[in-house]
Design a protein around this ligand. Structure first.
Ligand code: ADP
Length: 257
C-alpha cells in the first residue's frame, strides 16, 4: 500500500480472522480463525493438503487472503512494508535453502552485517559449531549446491543458526519429516528450544511427539480449524487429532518391531 507503515513488533501475536484463500480456482483455506499468542509456541497439525503451508505463506505475505485478515501485533499485513515484515519473521523449513558458498556465508545470510564472532555464537547456540569445525575448511568449507556436502541434520542446524542470527520476534517453523538418528534429533531439538525462547513461534508439526508441550495445538483439515486445545485435551476429546496420534504411534511401533 502507498500508505504502508513499519510493522512494530515488540511481542507480536499472529491472528487469522476468518481467512479464505484460493490458488486461482483451487480453494485452500475456507475460513481459518486462530491466534498465536506472543512469546508462546502454537502448533499446526493435520493431514497433508489441509492448508498448513498456505497459512505460513499468508503470514510471509507471499499471497493476500481472498477474504478475511491476517494480523501481526494487531496490524493487518496489507498495511505494513515488506521490509519490516521480513525483518519481523524468520522461517526454518524442512528443506532449508542453502547456496553453494561457505558455511560462514550461509549462516551470515541471516543478517548481512553480522561479524564472524556473531556467526560463531549463532552456530554454537544451534549445536552446529562442533561439526563445522570438523569440516575440511571449518567455517570456510563450501557446502555445495543445496548443501549437498552436509547431512540433513547438519543442514537443519545451519538453518537454525541463520535464524538465531536473524533474531526475529516471530518464528515460523516447518518441522522436518525425515527421521534423523536419535542423537542428531536431540541436538536439533535442543537448538530449536533455544531458538524458540522468547519468540512467538508457529510450528507445523509432522510428528506429534514433538509438540506435546505446545501451549496450543490447532488441527487443520480441508482448509479450516477443526479442533484446538492442548495435547492432553485433544487426546481426551478424540476425533481427528486422536486418530492422527494413534496412526503415528502404531506406525512407529511397527517400524521399531
Ligand atoms: P498442507 O501444508 O497442510 O499439506 P497446503 O497448504 O500445502 O497444505 O495445501 C492446501 C491446498 O492448497 C491443497 O489442496 C493443495 O493442493 C493446494 N495448493 C497448495 N499450494 C498450491 C499452489 N502453489 N498452487 C495450487 N494449489 C496449491
Amino acid at each position: 500500500a502507498e500508505t504502508a507503515k513499519r510493522l512494530e513488533v515488540d511481542a507480536g501475536g499472529i491472528t487469522f480472522e476468518d481467512v479464505q484463500f484460493k490458488y486461482g480456482e483451487v480453494p485452500a483455506l475456507n475460513g481459518v480463525s486462530f491466534t498465536a499468542p506472543p512469546g508462546q509456541t502454537t502448533a499446526l497439525v493435520g493431514p497433508s493438503g489441509g492448508g498448513k503451508s498456505t497459512i505460513f505463506a499468508l503470514i510471509e505475505r507471499f499471497y493476500d487472503p481472498t477474504e478475511g485478515r491476517v494480523l501481526i501485533a494487531d496490524t493487518d499485513l496489507r498495511a505494513v512494508t515488506f521490509e519490516s515484515l521480513r525483518a519481523a519473521t524468520a522461517s526454518v523449513s524442512q528443506n532449508p535453502f542453502l547456496f553453494d558458498g561457505s558455511v560462514e556465508r550461509n549462516i551470515g545470510f541471516g543478517r548481512l552485517d553480522a561479524s564472524m564472532e556473531e556467526i560463531i555464537e549463532a552456530a554454537k547456540a544451534a549445536n552446529a559449531h562442533d561439526f563445522i569445525e570438523a569440516l575440511p575448511d571449518g567455517y570456510q568449507t563450501r557446502v555445495g549446491e543445496d548443501g549437498a556436502m552436509l547431512s540433513g541434520g547438519q543442514r537443519q542446524r545451519l538453518a537454525i543458526a541463520r535464524a538465531m542470527l536473524r533474531d526475529a520476534p516471530i518464528l515460523l517453523l516447518d518441522e522436518a519429516t525425515a527421521a534423523l538418528d536419535a542423537e542428531t534429533e536431540n541436538r536439533v531439538a535442543e537448538a530449536l528450544d533455544r531458538l524458540k525462547e522468547g519468540r512467538t513461534t508457529l510450528v507445523i508439526a509432522h510428528r506429534l511427539s514433538t509438540i506435546r508441550h505446545a501451549a496450543m495445538i490447532h488441527v487443520i483439515a480441508e482448509g479450516t480449524v477443526v479442533q484446538s486445545g492442548s495435547h492432553a485435551a485433544l487426546m481426551e476429546g478424540g476425533g481427528l487429532y486422536r486418530n492422527l496420534h494413534d496412526l503415528q504411534f502404531n506406525t512407529e511401533r511397527g517400524d521399531a518391531a
